[in-house]
Ligand binder design. Sequence first.
Ligand code: AP5
Ligand code: MG
Length: 210
Amino acid sequence: MAPTVERKNIDLAPLKAAKVPIFFIVGGPGSGKGTQCDKIVAKYGLTHLSSGDLLRDEVKSGSPRGSQLTAIMESGALVPLEVVLDLVKEAMLKAIEKGSKGFLIDGYPREVAQGQQFESEIQEAKLVLFFDVAEDTLVKRLLHRAQTSGRADDNIDTIKKRLHTFVTSTAPVVDYYESKGKLVRINAEGSVDDIFGVVVANLDKVTSKI
Ligand code: AP5
Ligand code: MG
């Protein structure tokens, strides 16, 4: 049986009232979500929240919630939806207090239900950027990063499991937002700067409202 997840009572009123734009950033493991988000932050000043980074911070904090997460992440599976959503909500509220003008939610949603729950509890995403990269490229990038990242999930066994989770759980997210007309599919095999050029062309279409 899955362990009981500790939930928090989170007041979302300030976040809902702010009505800032929200972008979901999805793509396979190593597709460049974090790399492109850093560049988007530098150009547009949005707040970057990576669900994976939030989970790793929670693990490092030594909290009871964090101790349940390590095994799941090292197996390449998905952490329960409520845990991720609570961490994202808390981080968004902190950023709103500091005057955030919008969010890049990186690595979220990883399953259709995550997107639906986020949008019903918080607000609809403006666009979903999907970084489309072939599996062999993803594996090459992650094995290269493994030399320096220190990430417990950057090893070939876990990388294979992360890829499997992406194909089974996250690929339907892409179809779901495509059918809603909100998906921006970006071929992310090229150079970081070329990919960013495509990102900018798409974000500029909506930036007048950022
Ligand atoms: P997370 O931390 O999100 O990992 P991931 O999705 O596997 O993606 P990465 O962070 O490894 O890669 P990235 O796409 O950010 O690429 P990056 O820019 O770093 O999640 C980890 C785990 O947490 C999950 O497996 C799951 O267990 C859990 N989790 C997270 N979110 C969850 C959620 N919503 N629900 C449930 N569970 C969740 O680039 C990778 C490498 O490639 C770098 O070395 C970079 O320099 C290089 N690179 C980038 N772009 C290029 C390029 N164009 N050309 C060449 N190299 C490039
Ligand atoms: Mg990342």
